[in-house]
Design a protein around this ligand. Structure first.
Ligand SMILES: Nc1nc2c(c(=O)[nH]1)N[C@H]1C(S)=C(S)[C@@H](COP(=O)(O)O)O[C@H]1N2
Ligand SMILES: [Mo]
Length: 442
């Protein structure tokens, strides 16, 4: 759909931009929809204009929250190409390279290598010499520092393969209001591929871990954007308990192949369920620290949220920001593509994935009436810890018209996804609001 002309009005700005600035005003400008101050729902005159723009009546329009861009208009259409990646990836930035995957391309149970999103903080190494690539384990809390070649790593330690969910802490950032600086990810900074390597714990234990060990921090071969060789692009890590989990890997392969250059070739850390920024790419070193790792993007506001909730737009002191650990419960509708036309008489099949940090997704629900009612749907067991799970729903609609299918996952502690944007935070992390698609029933 053309974002510039909606409801026969030429909209000067993109609909996203309008809604980002002032959602209630945008409703009025675009659809003439004003908000009932008590119910916070749009008055019906605007809804019929919205229906006209969508080409069908919004059947459950009376339940539709105001200030919400219809999902039919909300998708982005820009696409560029990155070598070795699916042409459908959306490039958000080219220096450093950042690219996300449109949600309908994430339908596979195991994300293929050409659909692994790319999030670079610096400039990847240009040439990789496999025979001379080494990994050094050091730090205040290592018993004996050691350096391994790739061949030694592969020979000395047992190999494991796990399917692991990697999601950027900033996935979903584009929805925050006031906006947060940084890559404006929509929903596509997530993957779940099969990673092969050695257990981080086997390597650390081989070197010896002192009792005062608190954290591990990684070091990598990518360059800082400034080109200054004394600066690291990023150097993050995890507490010892996460480092010593069975599924925490030092990996050299993904889906049975070499790791793609952009995703960390030839060696990387993989910590499923944690902000993907902890999964160091182009890995050259791991320090066992006697303190919380203080490398680049561990301090200040990076990958941290306010320890206590704040009002949108609040300036928060660095000392009141807490490090993000495991990621919150979330799900996607990966099939069909938003905007699909569907025959009223047919069954409607929707599919997707759901995941949550170090826990399991226990329940999955979908709604076709903006959350007034939810239907419980099938969800699979994870193939291993930290792997995403798959859900499938078979739905029917009461009459023809415009609908949205919303999905909501609930984790093993009973915590569900919020329908609207969760706690605003200065850097726009952890948006796990429900995902939705538009359906035209004819
Ligand atoms: N060396 C290095 N590791 C890195 C990064 C980086 O820029 N350099 N980016 C991190 C961030 S912020 C994310 S979200 C993930 C992205 O992994 P991917 O690009 O393979 O999807 O890698 C992490 N590991
Ligand atoms: Mo990230």
């Amino acid at each position: 759909m053309d974002n510039k002309k909606i409801n026969n009005k030429v909209v000067e700005k993109g609909i996203r931009e309008l809604y980002q600035k002032d959602p209630i005003k945008a409703d009025l400008e675009v659809f003439g929809r004003t908000t009932d101050p008590v119910s916070r729902r749009g008055f019906l005159t605007g809804l019929s204009a919205m229906g006209a723009a969508l080409g069908a009546e919004v059947v459950f329009g009376r339940f539709m929250p105001s200030g919400l861009i219809p999902a039919a208009f909300a998708s982005t259409t820009d696409d560029f190409k990155i070598l070795g990646k699916h042409p459908g990836l959306v490039v958000l930035n080219d220096r450093p390279v950042n690219a996300e995957v449109p949600v309908h391309l994430l339908n596979e149970l195991i994300t293929p290598n050409n659909k692994l999103f790319v999030r670079n903080n610096g400039i990847p190494p240009e040439k990789v010499d496999l025979n001379n690539w080494t990994l050094t384990i050091d730090g205040e809390s290592v018993k004996t520092s050691k350096t391994f070649t790739l061949a030694e790593l592969k020979r000395k330690f047992k190999h494991y393969t796990y399917q692991l969910t990697l999601e950027c802490g900033g996935n979903g950032r584009s929805e925050f209001n006031p906006p947060a600086k940084g890559n404006q990810w929509s929903t596509g900074a997530v993957s779940c591929a099969q990673w092969t390597g050695v257990r981080l714990k086997d390597v650390l234990e081989y070197c010896g871990i002192n009792d005062d060990a608190v954290y591990i921090g990684y070091h990598s071969a990518d360059a800082h954007l400034s080109g200054d060789p004394t600066k690291e692009a990023i150097s993050r890590g995890v507490p010892m308990n996460k480092a010593l989990e069975n599924e925490s890997l030092i990996a050299w392969a993904v889906n049975g192949e070499d790791i793609p250059m952009m995703n960390g070739y030839p060696l990387r850390l993989v910590f499923g369920g944690w902000p993907a920024s902890t999964s160091g790419k182009w890995l050259t070193g791991i320090s066992i620290r006697d303190r919380i790792h203080d490398g680049k993007k561990m301090t200040g506001k990076a990958y941290r949220t306010p320890c206590k909730p704040v009002d949108p737009g609040t300036k928060v002191a660095d000392s009141d920001m807490c490090i993000i650990e495991n990621m919150p419960v979330k799900s996607l509708v990966t099939f069909p593509k938003s905007g699909v036309r569907h025959q009223l008489k047919d069954k409607f099949i929707a599919k997707g994935h759901a995941w949550v940090g170090d826990k399991e997704v226990a329940k999955m629900h979908v709604s076709i009436d903006f959350g007034q009612t939810w239907q419980k749907v099938e969800i699979s067991k994870p193939v291993n810890r930290n792997a995403w799970q798959h859900w499938e729903a078979s739905l029917t609609f009461p009459q023809s018209g415009y609908y949205e299918v919303w999905a909501k996952a609930t984790d093993s502690d009973g915590v569900s996804q919020p329908m609207v944007l969760p706690g605003w935070n200065p850097k726009g992390y952890l948006n796990n609001a429900c995902h939705r698609i538009a359906v035209q029933v004819v």
